[in-house]
Design a protein around this ligand. Structure first.
Ligand SMILES: C[S@@+](CC[C@H](N)C(=O)[O-])C[C@H]1O[C@@H](n2cnc3c(N)ncnc32)[C@H](O)[C@@H]1O
Length: 273
């Protein structure tokens, strides 16, 4: 399957022929200051305690799983699942020798191989926006495996909110719209509070959180999609050449800027009546 970072569809040829590229892409995304700043916000909303069983869905290379494992301690356990065997292999490799209570498994968010109420906490970050399956069903599945009074904490970007300064505004709007429509669930960020409430969670809290996208990462994220959009006829070659020229020139003059809004949403599964 394809893997994504910041929701970006990876160029299939590159991702398929260079597994290291995917992992470098994951790491580069996680190094963005806005993504780093997000992690403690999600941790706070998880309200972790020692001894808890925690599930991370779409764990990628597993760094968040290891952070959570240090919080729940040796009497707890953290399971990281991901649909990508490559990500799971890398997460397993990174955790080895660290004496942490973690397990990584290949798995599908659409059908978690866990019984009802199996975990105290569940976390997923940048999963729903590109995961196959309806976000409603995916949130329902994560809620199913939570125990009563367990907490679910999610973060998703909303690609319609991608703000870019540096190029023609009308064309930039088309680029943003095209990119957002190209992500499976490009606007899922704004729907998180509703999704959690519809799943039956209570005390739903939402934290809008912006992520700045530096120039080098911006090119990495957008170029694959725009190449495909060009092939699909959504843009003329002249339009995209002009757009990228303007973006490059803006960067050269210190005038390029890009940022996107995402949303943390957290809720609690009701106690049994
Ligand atoms: C943008 S990465 C984020 C990884 C990690 N949460 C992080 O913050 O570093 C999204 C991950 O979701 C995984 N994924 C996508 N669809 C999935 C599914 N249906 N079930 C499980 N994992 C999935 C991808 O393989 C990828 O590793």
């Amino acid at each position: 399957m394809s893997a994504f970072e910041l929701g970006a569809p990876l160029p299939a040829a590159t991702a398929g022929t260079d597994p290291g590229f995917v992992l470098r892409f994951f790491d580069a995304g996680n190094r963005l200051p806005g993504v780093r700043a997000l992690k403690p916000i999600m941790l706070e909303h998880l309200r972790l305690h020692r001894g808890q069983r925690v599930l991370e869905v779409g764990c990628g290379t597993g760094d968040d799983v290891c952070t959570i494992a240090r919080r729940v301690g040796p009497s707890g356990h953290v399971l990281g699942i991901d649909a990508s065997p490559l990500a799971v292999a890398e997460a397993t490799r990174r955790s080895q020798g660290r004496n942490l209570p973690v397990t990584f498994q290949v798995g599908d968010a659409r059908a978690l191989e866990l019984p009802d109420g199996a975990v105290d906490r569940c976390r997923a970050e940048r999963l729903l926006m590109h995961a196959q399956g309806e976000p409603t069903a995916l949130v329902g599945e994560m809620t199913r495996v939570l125990r009563p009074e367990g907490r679910l904490v999610l973060f998703e970007l909303d690609w319609d909110t991608l703000a870019i300064d540096g190029a023609d505004r009308a064309l930039t709007r088309r680029v943003v719209r095209s990119y957002s429509d190209g992500v499976a669930n490009g606007c899922v960020g704004r729907t998180l509070p509703r999704l959690l409430r519809d799943a039956g969670l209570r005390d739903v809290e939402t934290v809008p959180h912006a992520v700045e996208i530096p120039f080098d990462f911006f090119g990495w994220v957008l170029s694959g999609h725009l190449d495909a959009a060009l092939t699909a006829g959504s843009f003329t070659p002249e339009e995209l050449i002009c757009w990228w020229d303007e973006i490059d020139a803006a960067h050269a003059h210190g005038c390029f800027y890009a940022a996107i809004l995402g949303f943390v949403a957290a809720g609690t599964k009701p106690a049994l009546a």
